[in-house]
Design a protein around this ligand. Sequence first.
Ligand code: GDP
Ligand code: CA
Length: 319
Amino acid sequence: MKDVVVLSGGVGGARFTRALRDAAAGQGMRIRVIVNTADDMWMAGLRICPDLDSVTYTLAGVNDEQRGWGRIGETERVSAELHAWGIGWPWFTLGDLDLGMHIARTSLLRDGVPLSEAVARLTSRWDLGAELMPMTDDEVETHVVTGEGTMHFQEWWTRHRAKLPALGFDIRGAAEAVPAPGVVEAVLEADAVLFAPSNPVVSIGPILSVPGIREALASTSAPVVGVSPIIGGSVVRGMADACLTAVGTATDAAAVARRYGARSDGGVLDGWLVDLVDAHEVGELATRGITARAVPLWMTEAEAAQRLARDALALAGSL
Ligand code: GDP
Ligand code: CA
C-alpha cells in the first residue's frame, strides 16, 4: 500500500493514525488524513478546531498522553484571565500553548487563508509523517438537540458530559459544505481508505455528510475498511454510546458496521475490524456484504496499536 487515506475524529483517530504512520515507517507510504471539523467553534474570537489539533499534537509528539488531550507541559494562565473577564465558557478551559495554535490559525483565517491551507502551513512546523486535511473549508458545526434546548456539541459533551439525553444531531452547514481541496481526489486515488475507530456519529458521521465525500467513497476503487470504536458492547473511552443511542444504533461493533453499511449495498464499508470478544459477529456481517475480521482492538500500547494498523492494512489488501 503506497497511498492510504484515513478518516479521523480527534483522540481515537489520532492514536490510530500515529500507529499507522509508525507501522509503515520506511515503506514510503503516503498517508492523508481527512479530519472531522464539525466539533469546531468560535470562542473568544478564535476558531477552535479540536479534532485537527488532537491529530496534529499526537503526530507531532507534543500531546499530553496522560491526560489524553491537549499539549504536554500546558499551563492555563490565559484562560484564567478570560474567565475573570467573563469571556468564553466558564467550564471550558484552553491551555496557553493550545491558544497559541488557535491565535495562529485565526490570524491566517482573518487574512483570507482557507482552513485547509492554514492547516498545511501550521502543521509544517513538525514532521508529522502524514498530511492533514480538514473535511471542508466551510464552517460546519454539530449542534445537539436536547429536551433543554439545542446547544453546540462542545457544550453538550464538555459541560453536560453527554448526560442530557440527545434527541438528535444537527450538523449545521454540512449540506452546503464543499469538500476541502484534495479530499475527494485523495479518496479516489487511494490504495486503501481506513476509518479510524472514531466516534461514528459525531466524528466520522459529519465527514460522510459533506456532499461529495460519501460519493467518492462509493466510487473509489480502493477497499474501504473501518475499525470498530466499540469493544464488547461498550465504548473504549469517552461517551460515544450516548451519541449512538441518540441515533437509534446499539452500542455494538456489528451495529455500527450496519449503520455504515456495505458498499455493495449503498453504504461505505467493505471491511470491518471487530475485537476478538466480538468474533461471533463476523458471520452475520458477511451476510450483509461486510468482510469482518476479529483482531485485538485495544490501542493501549504502541505495539498493539501498530499491530491493529497492520491488521487494517492486511484486511484492505485482502479485499
Ligand atoms: P474524539 O473526537 O476526541 O472524541 O475522538 P475520536 O472520535 O477520533 O475517537 C473517539 C472514539 O475512539 C471513542 O468512541 C472510543 O471508543 C474510540 N477509542 C479510543 N481508544 C480506543 C482503542 O484503544 N481502541 C478502539 N478500538 N477504539 C478506541
Ligand atoms: Ca471530536
